[in-house]
Write a protein that binds this ligand. Structure first.
Ligand SMILES: NC(=O)c1ccc[n+]([C@@H]2O[C@H](COP(=O)([O-])OP(=O)(O)OC[C@H]3O[C@@H](n4cnc5c(N)ncnc54)[C@H](OP(=O)(O)O)[C@@H]3O)[C@@H](O)[C@H]2O)c1
Length: 303
């Protein structure tokens, strides 16, 4: 099976490459290309279409995205091109030249407004609060319309949340640095404690992506690690578990703050837990608690 991967230099892209199942021929792309990577600019819809026509993949695994949530507020056209234009172009090209060709589109809990106070089911209506969520929702919609997510459809949309891993730009690596700095300066680390979601390690997310592909699944899927957390809970756990493993000398004191006390350009959902039960049943995958996954990722950093 031939899979065209985008975002290969990103944190999920790297985990997907590391966990590629046998029998998959992977064509990995990134914005500028490089060793073992083809160049593909997701902001260029013609280039996206050309890549599909050239490779005629069985699947496009679109892990690449404009993920800078706050910056997207001031670059909406670029965010829209990458997050909605690219999946649309892939879907159009697959429909035109690859009979049976399928698309796995990664998406986000930020397509929801976070106002309902209970976990989101896959069939609940997106209502994004910011540009990033809006562009990802627009990408979902294009893929659904062009390829279909029903039983006979050729599209899978996999929404996930709070992604982190041992490499890339993510909350874990930022917090490890800040714990060290703040502990040395004997200052507290202030972290938002009124947004609820769930951290998701790239390793488990990558496995779920491969389960979608190897099972030729279509539909809308939700995947995160198990449990619930605030960013404050996550920061406290990172400090405690990293100190216990000797990755940092001491954890800084973490103080809870409110979202209103830490204004950001983009509004974030207050409660964006994803209900992953249906995905687990359908794909036969199980999620582990986020604290256990955190321990595993810290173990990789320790190695
Ligand atoms: N990170 C999260 O917390 C989170 C949460 C929910 C859902 N998701 C979704 O999960 C997927 C994977 O995210 P991630 O965490 O792995 O993101 P990431 O580490 O930020 O990686 C994103 C990748 O997309 C690439 N990219 C951005 N603009 C591009 C362009 N114009 N042309 C080609 N490549 C471009 C980036 O390349 P450069 O390095 O060159 O920019 C990078 O390789 C995305 O669809 C994201 O929306 C992420």
């Amino acid at each position: 099976m031939k899979v065209l991967l985008t975002g290969a230099s990103g944190q999920l892209g790297q985990a997907l490459i590391a966990s590629k199942p046998s029998g998959v021929q992977l064509i990995s792309t990134s914005r500028s290309g490089g060793q073992h990577l083809e160049a593909l600019d997701l902001a260029d819809p013609d280039a996206c279409q050309r890549a599909v026509h050239a490779h005629r993949p069985d699947w496009v695994l679109n892990a690449g995205a404009y993920t800078a949530v706050d910056k997207a507020e001031s670059e909406p056209a670029l965010a829209q091109a990458v997050n909605a234009g690219a999946p649309r172009a892939f879907a159009q090209a697959l429909a035109a030249c690859c009979p049976g060709g399928r698309l796995l589109q990664l998406s986000t809990d930020f397509v929801f407004n976070g106002g309902q106070g209970r976990p989101y089911q896959t069939d609940e209506r997106p209502d994004p609060l910011g540009v990033y969520g809006a562009t990802k929702a627009s990408g979902e919609q294009a893929v659904c319309e062009l390829l279909g997510t029903g039983v006979d459809g050729h599209a899978a949309i996999l929404r996930t949340s709070w992604v982190y891993g041992p490499m890339g730009r993510n909350f874990l690596l930022t917090m490890l640095r800040l714990h060290q700095l703040k502990a040395e300066a004997k200052e507290p680390l202030r972290v938002v404690a009124d947004q609820v979601g769930c951290p998701t390690a790239t390793s488990g997310l990558a496995k779920t992506c491969w389960a979608v592909i190897t099972q030729q699944a279509s539909g809308v899927f939700h995947w995160s690690d198990a449990g619930a957390a605030t960013w404050f809970d996550f920061a406290v756990a990172i400090g405690a578990q990293a100190a216990a493993r000797g990755l940092i000398a001491t954890a800084a004191e973490v103080k809870p703050i409110r979202t209103v006390d830490y204004p950001t350009p983009a509004t974030r959902p207050a409660y964006s837990l994803l209900d992953c039960t249906a995905t687990q049943e359908r794909l036969g995958v199980t999620s582990r608690h986020w604290q256990s996954m955190l321990d595993e990722v810290l173990g990789e950093l320790n190695a």
